[in-house]
Design a protein around this ligand. Structure first.
Ligand SMILES: Nc1nc2c(c(=O)[nH]1)N[C@H]1C(S)=C(S)[C@@H](COP(=O)(O)O)O[C@H]1N2
Ligand SMILES: [Mo]
Length: 254
């Protein structure tokens, strides 16, 4: 009820009205407007405030010499469809990532356009729920740059990543994140791993990096990013293929 409304307002204010606020947790508390949004509502308890501030914190970053010698692949290692094979053969020159749903200007991004955007590189540790980790350097534009270009609407609350690969029964791999993760400074659409263009195994031509969460959230083979108000009507309704099929947590914080 009112809790729901103020949470939405807070997310909209943080993510859209004040882009960049989440780049540091001390700045978060220093801004008058945000402090008002966060701390004045009677329905906001201390736990919620702490949780939100924590969500803006950065994942640890590592030195180049700490990178894993082998960064294994997991899940789909090649979507294997004729369409994907044709794109791969053409070096993904015609691949487009569609950004649509609750945006003012739905649009397609070519991979070359993503390379032309300001890039962020980060050396982070990937943690898979199956019990393996690897440290690698990821590079690409911030997701925020695409969302700003498309004009995210104020009623948007989640971003759904539709992938090119399908699992048994023709179910598409998909994942979703909220606006805090969407505008987190380390959330990028990675185009390169360890200074090389992403290979097919790691999700070419573009895959999500959402560094505060487990591996299955990092959607590979992204072909569409849809802004929605509610996850219930999307595929199985739980916000991701493994959430739908295997009961994985939607928020897989690490
Ligand atoms: N499209 C798609 N994305 C995916 C998966 C997948 O099967 N399909 N597997 C997920 C899982 S469980 C993990 S651990 C990582 C593995 O990424 P990597 O292959 O680059 O190591 O991708 C995630 N993203
Ligand atoms: Mo995983």
């Amino acid at each position: 009820m009112s809790g729901h409304v103020s949470r939405r307002a807070m997310l909209a204010g943080l993510a859209i009205g004040t882009g960049g606020l989440l780049s540091g947790c001390d700045r978060l508390g220093q801004n008058e407007a945000v402090r008002g949004l966060l701390f004045k509502g009677a329905d906001w308890n201390m736990w919620t405030q702490r949780a939100l501030i924590d969500r803006g914190a950065l994942a640890p970053e590592y030195r180049a010499d700490q990178r894993s010698r082998i960064f294994r692949t997991n899940g789909t290692r090649n979507p294997g469809t004729p369409d994907y094979a044709a794109h791969a053969a053409a070096g993904f020159a015609d691949w487009r990532i569609r950004v649509d749903g609750l945006v003012a200007r739905p649009r397609d991004f070519a991979i070359a356009e993503l390379w032309a955007m300001p890039q962020r590189a980060q050396i982070t540790r990937h943690d898979c729920v199956e019990g393996w980790s690897a440290i690698g350097k990821w590079q690409g534009p911030r997701l925020a740059t695409l969302l700003d270009a498309a004009g995210l609407r104020r009623d948007a609350r989640f971003l759904v990543f539709h992938c090119a690969d399908r699992y048994a029964g023709g179910r598409r791999y998909y994942e979703s994140i909220d606006l805090i993760d969407a505008f987190h400074p380390q959330t990028i659409l990675a185009l390169a791993l360890n200074d090389r263009r992403l290979d097919i195994g790691h999700g070419a031509p573009a895959r999500l990096r959402v560094e505060r969460q487990l591996g299955y959230k990092h959607a590979k083979y992204v072909e569409r990013i849809e802004a929605v108000a509610d996850l219930a009507p999307v595929y199985g309704g739980k916000g991701g293929l493994w959430e739908d099929l295997a009961g994985y947590e939607w928020y897989a914080g690490i």
